[in-house]
Design a protein around this ligand. Structure first.
Ligand SMILES: [Zn+2]
Length: 501
């Protein structure tokens, strides 16, 4: 009510103002003088205002005619809908309606409907960027990947939508499992948008999977530069990549460059166990014992690990068992209460035949976390102290069905790896492996437990004797082919030694 009253008042005020304006114009003396081809026209104030109005109308008509002319030219050039579009402005409205309906359908998860709306919008609108984008998304949702691929290819042609097209095709190739093409597309996409985090991560993952370590390190520094990766994580991942490039240092044919990569990886991230082990090996190959020991101690302080112990043992390969125990004290002092320290020291004391000290080294480990390794060592200690066979066999039986202790575990998918790797072999995530106890212990040992009477029984004694001759007592810590083999060797060596007597 009040609103309509206000509108009437405003209307009356405008009419009054116009009448007042005309009155002033009529009364104003003088005007505009225009000279055209020698003839002089004098326009009064009112006339000049009217003339200005006419001029505006003429200009408008001129532009209308110009756009009709352009539409005709387009039609002649092959754009069939140009003229009909010119005359049918309603088309545009219908097109945008279809486009917004399509977006709505996309948002509500109706792929087929969105696809239909997209093709309708494409028919009415001359805006391929927008309609192709909708078509691609709708086709993806509806599971029509050939159609989506077509739309993405059309998007490639335009500078503005090129990135969307490349990224779309890249994702399609990824889901098809064609990682080689996906890698090339990811490189192209990153060149177009260096700050795009998802593309950065995809490229990094693909490069790591393809073992292109140099390329991956470049991508990683792009991530640091564009601010999508904090500096400390960058350092750690850069170390992982340097380490991956250096793999094979333990082998004899390792190049000088590989050795330097291992040492650099260790410098970048001193806590990274495999890098420290690799760097220490590289130093040992060059005959540099001091830096090797330093690197190992530094890493042991952060994370005691069997791999480090094995390299530490390799520093003095020919020392006596007692000397080795004494030398390992340096390492043990750094983390005296750690499980790995306890296990390694117990193993070394067993080798040195100091069984009471071995038992003391294990401490409360058997109550706290009785894994296969601790239980096997306990069987060896009992045997060494002259316990009855039944007792040692009971320990061994427990060991066979016990969990295996810490492993390289993927934080992402919990897959267990026999050896450290930069990329998870199950879910292919990058740098997700950490050394920890699996939450769900494997039960592979259970069948082995049933076999125990066969292994320890009288019938097996000849085979065990043979094995015993081959596996010397000092073998426990000298099995050098990586941790897995070493652990198995040490367990079976101890088990066989115990069982054989
Ligand atoms: Zn994984």
């Amino acid at each position: 009510m009040l609103w309509s009253l206000l509108k009437i008042l405003v209307f009356v005020a405008i009419v009054a103002l116009l009448a007042f304006g005309f009155g002033i114009l009529m009364e104003t003396a003088g005007g505009v003088q225009i000279t055209v081809a020698g003839t002089e026209y004098t326009l009064s104030a009112l006339q000049s205002v009217l003339a200005l109005g006419v001029l505006v109308v003429l200009v408008w008509v001129f532009f209308k005619l110009l756009s009709l002319l352009i539409a005709t030219l387009k039609f002649l050039n092959g754009d069939e809908t140009a003229i009909s579009r010119y005359f049918d402005k309603g088309r545009e409205q219908k097109g945008y309606q279809a486009l917004s309906d399509g977006l709505m359908a996309l948002a509500s998860g109706e792929g087929r409907l969105a696809l239909a709306k997209a093709s309708r919008a494409a028919r009415y609108l001359d805006n391929p960027q927008l309609t192709d984008l909708l078509t691609a998304q709708a086709a993806e949702m509806a599971g029509d990947s050939p159609k989506a691929a077509e739309a993405y290819k059309r998007l490639l042609a335009n500078q503005n939508t090129r990135f969307v097209g490349v990224r779309g095709i890249m994702k399609q190739k990824l889901s098809e499992g064609d990682s080689e093409t996906a890698l090339q597309l990811a490189e192209k996409a990153l060149a177009l948008r260096p700050k795009h985090e998802e593309v950065q991560d995809t490229l990094l993952q693909l490069q790591a999977r393809a073992e292109d370590w140099a390329g991956a390190r470049k991508t990683l520094s792009t991530k640091l530069k564009t601010g999508t990766l904090p500096r400390d994580v960058f350092k750690r991942r850069d170390a992982v990549l340097a380490l991956s490039a250096s793999q094979g240092v333990a082998e004899e044919g390792a190049s000088l460059e590989q050795r330097e990569q291992a040492i650099e990886a260790n410098r970048l991230s001193p806590d990274l166990v495999p890098a420290a082990a690799m760097a220490a090996r590289a130093y040992l190959e060059q005959g540099k014992k001091r830096p090797a020991i330093k690197v190992l101690k530094k890493a042991w302080e952060a994370q005691p690990h069997p791999d480090l112990a094995h390299v530490f043992a390799a520093v003095e390969p020919d020392e006596s068992a007692a000397a080795r125990v004494k030398r390992f004290e340096q390492l043990a002092r750094l983390k005296p209460k750690d499980d790995e320290t306890r296990l390694i020291m117990a193993e070394l004391h067993i080798v040195a035949e100091d069984f009471p000290e071995a038992r003391r080294s294990l401490g409360d480990l058997l109550e706290r976390a009785p894994d296969a390794r601790a239980l096997t060592l306990m069987a060896a200690i009992e045997k060494g102290e002259g316990a009855e066979d039944a007792i040692t066999q009971a320990w061994l039986a427990r060991a066979l069905s016990a969990p295996r202790g810490p492993q390289w575990l993927c934080d992402n998918c919990n897959h267990i790896h026999a050896e450290w790797a930069p990329v998870c072999e199950h879910c292919t995530s990058f740098d997700t492996l950490s050394w920890q106890r699996p939450e769900t212990p494997e039960l592979t040992g259970v069948t082995a437990a049933y076999m125990l009477p066969l292994i320890t029984g009288a019938g097996a004694s000849t085979a065990v004797d043979l094995a015993e001759e081959e596996i010397g007592e000092a073998e426990v810590i000298e099995a050098d082919d990586g941790f897995e083999d070493a652990e198995v060797a040490s367990q079976s060596a101890v088990a066989e030694r115990v069982a054989g007597k």
